[in-house]
Design a protein around this ligand. Sequence first.
Ligand code: EUG
Length: 601
Amino acid sequence: MSFSEEAQSDVPLLSEKHSGIPGYLLEKARKAKVGVFETRTKPKASRNRLPVIPHGIDEQVFSDALGELGKQLGEENVERNDKPLRDGWYMEHPNTHDLMAVVDDEELVPSAIVYPGSTEEVQQIVLWANKYKIPINPISMGRNLGYGGAAPRVRGAVLVDLGRRMNKVLEISPEDYTCLLEPGVSFFALYEAIKEKGYDHLWVDVPDVGGGSVIGNTVDRGVGYTPYGDHWACHAGLEVVLPTGEVIRTGMGALPGNNTWQTFPYGFGPYSDGIFSQSNFGIVTKMGMTLMPNPGGYESFCYTFQKEEDLHQLIEIIRPLRIGNILENVAQLRHVTQSIAVSGRPRTDFYKGSDTIPSEVVHAVAATGPMGDYTWAYYGMSYGPPHIRQYKLSIVDAEFKKVAGARRIDPSTLPADEYFWARDRVAAGVPELQELRWVNWMPNGAHIAFSPVSPIRGSDATRLYDLAKKRHEEFGVDLFPAFCVGLREMHLIVELVYDRADPERRKAVLDCLRHLVDDAAALGYGEYRTHLVLMDQVAGTYNWNDGALMKFHEKLKDALDPNGIMAPGRCGIWPKKYRNRGWEMTKDSGENTQGDGVAPS
Ligand code: EUG
């Protein structure tokens, strides 16, 4: 297919494909797709670096081993990754590579992709990997875009794509407000499954864009925007295939005949769930998730603040309100540049210079929009019946208006396609697609995140913002900061948007990020989550007491995964046979993600 044909082909529906779009978002998805392909100039990828074979394995042995696995799973469920890489876009994303690769496309690629249909088949794959000492890399759906997508950290690992055949909503309990899911269930799919059953009293907490796997997002400790925004904190019960092939159920799931797996997360004894988040200690094949009760009413609100310097005072105002639950949800405080970009219009519509977009230009554009000019916009939601909301909203109004120039936006003045309404739906548990429109800021737009955590304090917000601003200026990257306010902390999310077909810009963005991570660490800040190519560096900043935590993780890794087959390098945790061979990616690694092979078995 040519680009124009690709752009015109329709977006797959959820009814056709587990990763598809629900009907209510089809029109929006079609428009987004046109936008993405209109600005695409990147040539169709060819393959130069073939064949891809896992390190330490003879090509023929690998081929025979795949044949053997094909006999177990069915030939159609084992494929070599040897065709030209097709990027697609968010709704038709590849499982062959990182669609938003920040290093060469062909660097972080699997050698093959396998599709298990059950927990038993996942066990078979794991046993097979141990038999041949082949690294495997599980994905739920591979939509962790900005953090590596479907790519494995180790080139040549065999990708285990769980979602394609394991995508059932296994249970929804309208009494307990819980559900039990397989890895291929997206936020879109869970939302639709609840609607289909007519369970209007159940709400899902959804992230900015709803196409990701609920399990994938949760085990990566992702965030949503209702009061249930901390996904990991809201999960209850896991089924996990260990790196040696045993299967366990955590919490109450260990008690045969229980009816509490999804209602009491801890069970008895050590709480082991934690080691299966942001790790490479197992493959999660089922997960329980709690669902929020419909609060019986809700109302989005938005305030704008004029000056950059207002950030300090505003964050000081937010902290007690958020901890005291007057501000009830994970809200976003967004910078005006990102608000302009989320319109989906390319940057060149506003500015043609190759430096960062000047502040005057941004403000002049903002002034023409329905919200008028501003620097920061706070998007929040109040929940419950009107009199309850009124009580909370009046406090918020009095407090926010202490900031000189603060304005409450009247939602009734905003057109239906204004971004405000996308935030409104997300905060009410309705999955959206609009957020990704800012990838169009650049041709062949890709994004990669800098995501440090801080307390909800004005001084921290300002320090992180200043740091990000300085480095963005230095590397010529437009700054898109959004503070996501959790209960006692904030995730600052800075998405660096770049033209992924331009190796120089890719490098600039990666260099910028490497500085940001180090700068933040020098001030005592760490990232809550990161891209594959930054995992070693970020893990290296969590080094108190001579790296005691990583030593502990390595001890666990060696005990649980003696052959080192499970997602080597994920979150900076390397199995023994990869250690001290230069696999870690640092400032000096450039595009090279591979060390000097593996120790002989
Ligand atoms: C986003 C949000 C995240 C994240 C990466 C991207 C979306 C950007 C709250 O967490 O980690 C607005």
